[in-house]
Design a protein. Structure first.
Length: 232
């Protein structure tokens, strides 16, 4: 399968496995994300999820452009395509359990969207990033743009979207797009270590914190949000 769930003890590993396309996502892959995330949330043995590219050497090279003629053939098809992708990304962002991105190689376009939907992003020093809709005559989706602005700020988001340029991990770290640069090719082991660290504390506390942060990002009031009352 081009994307699948691997259970590694109490860590759920979502493996992106489309090496011929540098892990570019086709519609089947986007459509698979809600069921994968639902399976992770419903499995009480799993505590943390890690997205990675397995042995492909890449995280995700955006959307599979070979499908563009079909998925953007008309307004209705384009709208359905956008909804399928949004549903997949929202399933990650709204998951009850923490999600870590282990990034190497190419992380471009929809790959950045995927990384932004995760809670924590680790990367190799050689990873490359870019948000390229302007080079394709497309518009970056509103929810993805919101996550980008919340993560790197409005000015950096504009620079990325206006130019569509590629940049390296040191810049991604400097603007906050990623959280850590890992030495050599150790990003997956580092992500597993981070997942184990999270899995070793109270999952009640972790999930409450994730829910409250999500509520606050959506404009909830820290003193009044129902999430605070629920977890006291």
């Amino acid at each position: 399968e081009p994307i699948y769930l691997h259970r590694n003890g109490d860590i759920a590993e979502v493996v992106i496995n489309a090496p011929a396309r540098r892990n570019a996502f086709n519609m089947k892959m986007w459509a698979a994300l809600p069921s994968i995330m639902r399976a992770i949330d419903e499995d009480s043995a799993l505590k943390v999820a890690v997205f990675h590219g397995g042995s492909t050497g890449h995280f995700a090279a955006g959307a599979d452009i070979s499908e563009f003629a079909d998925i953007y053939a008309d307004r209705d098809t384009a709208r359905q395509t956008a909804q399928t992708i949004a549903d997949g990304l929202n399933a990650i962002a709204n998951a009850n359990k923490p999600v870590i991105a282990a990034i190497e190689g190419v992380c471009v376009g929809g790959g950045v969207s995927l990384a932004l939907a995760c809670d924590i992003r680790l990367a190799t020093a050689t990873a490359r990033y870019g948000i390229t809709p302007a080079k394709l005559g497309l518009v970056y989706p509103p929810e993805d743009t919101q996550r980008l602005v919340e993560t790197v700020g409005a000015s950096q988001a504009k620079d990325m979207l206006f130019t569509g340029r590629l940049f390296h991990a040191d810049h991604a770290l400097r603007v906050g797009l990623i959280d850590t640069i890992c030495a050599g090719d150790t990003v997956l082991s580092a992500a597993r270590e981070k997942a184990a660290e999270i899995a070793g504390v109270s999952q009640w506390s972790v999930r409450a914190a994730k829910k409250m942060i999500g509520s606050l990002r959506r404009g909830g009031d820290a003193a009044e949000t129902a999430e605070v009352e629920r977890f006291l």
